[in-house]
Ligand binder design. Sequence first.
Ligand SMILES: NC(=O)C1=CN([C@@H]2O[C@H](COP(=O)(O)OP(=O)(O)OC[C@H]3O[C@@H](n4cnc5c(N)ncnc54)[C@H](O)[C@@H]3O)[C@@H](O)[C@H]2O)C=CC1
Ligand SMILES: O=C(O)[C@@H]1CCC=N1
Length: 274
Amino acid sequence: MANKITFIGAGNMASAIIGGLIDSGVAPSTITATAPNDSELASIKQRLGINTDTDNNAAVAEADVVVLAVKPQIMRTVCEALRDSVQRQRPLVISIAAGLDASTIDQWLGGNNAMVRCMPNTPSLVGYGASGLYANAKVSDEQRDVATQLMEAVGIVEWVEEEALLDAVTAVSGSAPAYFFLMFEAMEEAAVKLGLPAATARRLAIQTALGAATMAQQSDKDPATLKQNVMSPGGTTERAIQHMEEAQLRTTIADAMQACSDRAQAMAKELSGE
Ligand SMILES: NC(=O)C1=CN([C@@H]2O[C@H](COP(=O)(O)OP(=O)(O)OC[C@H]3O[C@@H](n4cnc5c(N)ncnc54)[C@H](O)[C@@H]3O)[C@@H](O)[C@H]2O)C=CC1
Ligand SMILES: O=C(O)[C@@H]1CCC=N1
């Protein structure tokens, strides 16, 4: 891992990644996180033993890697204020902000930067993240490895070679935890109608999702085969799946993911000021 990593922003995602890095053996003394006020930083400093700073420029001055982990809406202001420090230091810049193109952030930072754009998801907070990564032409193989290691500290990593594909990543993993949470809500409501206590239903549904995901991950069979294995001919599962297919669940999912990807594109335009 590179010598010095600075996180601009010390919120949920930054602290999840920092926690993962420390668990994977990175020395806390090599990590710095920034935020506008000391009270937020005090708790992360105490919990994780890292360096903290309320001055973004000072924190970037010696960094090999800068992770931009502020909300997309304030990214422009934050980057423009960092421009001189970044141009002087030339770190690898990794943005985890949703909906902001690498080229837009690069411009705000003065241009010609080695930029990685990452689309993470919230299960990164519990070490089960799934991140899509894209690198611009300035990023070296070594820097790619650094970005991979960084995001693998909180889950799995997939690289895409075209930035536009991050919109598809947003649809399949960035936003997707919410699809499964919706499924849990719906299953719990339906189970309550069938007579189960809500807490029992929730526990059973969540454990079933965990079990199905673990099986799908560990098995050499594809999801269609695993599904078929649950469906006894003329049995209960077959009836449930038949109902979902007739109700066009696949089309609903496809349409939802298309809408998600379309919104990612529109957000990129809005946020870049186009
Ligand atoms: N794909 C996804 O599901 C997710 C993507 N993200 C992306 O990660 C980024 C961070 O999100 P969260 O950690 O959830 O946000 P958060 O609100 O928890 O953290 C933002 C941090 O930025 C700090 N901050 C605000 N102004 C600052 C400034 N001028 N200088 C330095 N720090 C400043 C705040 O104090 C806070 O520590 C966002 O851009 C978001 O789009 C985050 C969560 C999930
Ligand atoms: O909903 C959003 O806009 C962000 C991007 C991916 C997950 N959350």
